[in-house]
Design a protein. Structure first.
Length: 242
């Protein structure tokens, strides 16, 4: 199948926004794993005085995870889907949380320019047409020494993980999508994982984007080998040219 991209994908998320939180809440470990990845940003002082950019924030599940890990941080959430953002904005947030409706590729036009102390991106990179360009934008808006954390379905490369992912999707997620009129979106989400980088390949992509100290950290439970946290740092000094 051809994956959904750009406006077509945003519109599919718009349509699914009313039931999306119910679907993710039924997924074992979904919110717990987001919180684990948010903690892996390791912001000091529980985030006091720190700014975090939450790319692809959706209905705000990642934003809530960031506030759980760093309750005193200021968080800006960005998403291309107006429907998903409407759900996020309907929830109670402290005044330090703001949301911006924009594709991440064009967020500078929407006034999202940084610099930020940290960038968090959950379930984003396999859904963009040019992940290298988005990594470049993330690096540009980070302060030197700033931290990047990516929470993503990126398979280990083992055949068993591909089989398990497809089995879970076929048994639970795809039927849910069809029953709610969102079959195209959930078929996309299934295929997007199979077609995306392996965990090792995505770590290499992050390094090529100019980040250092790149680490790949697995999630526990059935998602081991399927969901990973990638943490990295924007160097404090530009790389030397030879």
């Amino acid at each position: 199948m051809v994956l959904l991209r750009d406006t077509e994908l945003a519109e599919a998320f718009d349509h699914a926004s009313g039931t999306y939180d119910r679907m993710t809440s039924a997924s074992p470990g979904y919110h717990r794993h987001l919180r684990r990845s948010a903690r892996r940003l390791a912001l000091p002082g529980r985030g006091a005085g720190r700014t975090v950019l939450d790319l692809g924030c959706g209905t705000g599940a990642s934003t809530a995870a960031l506030l759980r890990a760093s309750p005193f941080a200021s968080v800006t959430g960005v998403d291309a889907s107006g429907g998903m953002l409407a759900r996020a904005r309907s929830k109670p947030w402290p005044g330090r949380v703001t949301f911006v409706h924009s594709p991440v590729e064009d967020m500078a036009r929407a006034g999202v320019t940084g610099p930020y102390d940290a960038v968090f991106a959950a379930y984003l990179f396999r859904n963009v047409a040019d992940p290298d360009a988005v990594l470049g934008r993330a690096r540009e808006v980070l302060r030197p020494g700033g931290r990047l954390a990516v929470h993503e379905y990126a398979l280990s490369g083992r055949a068993v993980d591909r089989v398990l992912w497809s089995a879970v999707m076929a048994a639970v997620v795809l039927p849910w999508g069809r029953s709610h009129g969102d079959g195209a979106l959930y078929r996309h989400l299934w295929r997007s994982v199979l077609d995306f980088d392996t965990a090792g390949a995505f770590a290499d992509r992050i390094r090529r984007a100019g980040f250092t100290d790149v680490r790949v950290l697995p999630q526990p439970g059935w998602q081991t080998g399927i969901t990973h946290t990638f943490v990295a740092t924007r160097p404090s000094t530009p790389p030397s040219r030879r």
